[in-house]
Design a protein around this ligand. Structure first.
Ligand SMILES: C[S@@+](CC[C@H](N)C(=O)[O-])C[C@H]1O[C@@H](n2cnc3c(N)ncnc32)[C@H](O)[C@@H]1O
Length: 313
């Protein structure tokens, strides 16, 4: 009862209801919210602080920025979703807020697209060295099976492509990456396709901001060849895998394209099956069959592992 009263008090104010409706649409920074509401930053920050304390909104940091979105657990989260049903979407103030939000999203998407364009040539160059990416994605989805996935995690999500293709099959999806620029593209993509059940967060794959045994299915797609310590990344991924949960690591089989190291910052020129399999076993996982998609000159491998436990889906 106390928790509910605190949440009700925290939201009983016009600006806070507007904040609720905006954060239900997208995860937004204080400066974006300030721009939309036309109020001073300290004032907006104070509203947000109270709403986070009351469990209505969740705050998460990305470098020096903080993002605000709807809370997903607790009494405050339940109250938010009930209130949102009652907020009238054609109210002139709500409509104006959402129109301004749309302008901000468009500006974000343009910024992300220009970063993507600047780097696209490098990415395309690497893609041309192996089998069609669509084949890899279809294979990966096929391995995941046809049962819905409850909590999906994509480590090193980059532009969020894997998150996007898994989205129709998951109840909740999270992509993590270190790069702000990549995450900006991922966010724009999720927004464009209105994938509200999927989010991205800035996080280090060696120190995931997640509880142990919280993910049902994890993907690490074309990330480990950049890693200083791929074994540690696999161990950290295994930590957050639920009993019965599965992980798929996609990367190159061993190759000798040294220029990828010099020009494209690859640390590892592919991985042998035994190497990845031994990291999985050491991390307490059972190894499942590996698949190889032979290309010229690079072969893509999909290694799979499972945390022992009852089947999840
Ligand atoms: C080649 S991209 C692959 C992106 C995505 N998985 C895909 O296949 O489209 C590699 C990604 O790994 C991310 N990355 C590298 N080191 C990382 C780390 N320590 N923690 C999280 N992400 C990392 C990079 O920022 C980059 O976005």
């Amino acid at each position: 009862m106390d928790e509910l009263m605190a949440s009700l008090r925290a939201v009983a104010e016009p600006t806070r209801l507007r904040l609720l409706s905006l954060c239900a649409d997208s995860e937004l920074t204080v400066s974006e919210l300030t721009q939309i509401l036309g109020q001073s930053q300290p004032r907006v920050s104070r509203h947000l602080k109270l709403m986070v304390e009351a469990g209505l909104l969740a705050k998460f940091r990305e470098g020096i920025w903080s993002f605000y979105g709807l809370a997903t657990t607790g009494a405050g989260a339940q109250l938010s979703s009930r209130l949102l049903e009652l907020i009238v979407q054609d109210d002139p103030v709500v409509k104006r807020d959402l129109a301004r939000l749309e302008e901000i999203k468009q500006a974000r998407a343009e910024e992300a697209a220009s970063y993507f364009r600047a780097n696209a040539a490098h990415w395309n160059e690497i893609r041309s060295l192996y089998v069609d990416e669509a084949d890899v994605e279809a294979h990966l989805l096929n391995l995941a099976g046809d049962q819905p996935i409850d909590q999906f995690l994509d480590i090193g999500t980059g532009t969020g492509r894997i998150l996007q293709i898994f989205a129709p099959h998951v109840r909740h999806g999270l992509g993590v990456d270190l790069s702000r620029e990549m995450l900006a593209i991922a966010r724009a993509t999720l927004e464009k396709h209105r994938l509200r059940h999927c989010q991205v967060r800035q996080a280090d794959m060696y120190n995931l901001p997640m509880a142990p045994e919280s993910a049902d299915f994890i993907t690490i797609h074309q990330v480990l060849h950049f890693a200083d310590s791929p074994a540690a990344a696999v161990t950290e991924a295994a930590r957050v895998l639920k009993p019965g949960g599965r992980m798929a690591v996609v990367d190159f089989a061993p190759h000798d394209l040294e220029h990828l190291r010099e020009k494209r910052a690859h640390r590892r020129l592919g991985f042998a099956d035994e190497e990845i399999e031994s990291w999985c076993t050491t991390a307490g996982l059972e190894v499942l069959p590996t698949h190889h998609l032979a290309g010229t000159p690079l072969t893509v491998s999909i290694w799979q592992a499972r945390r022992p436990g009852p089947t999840l889906n």
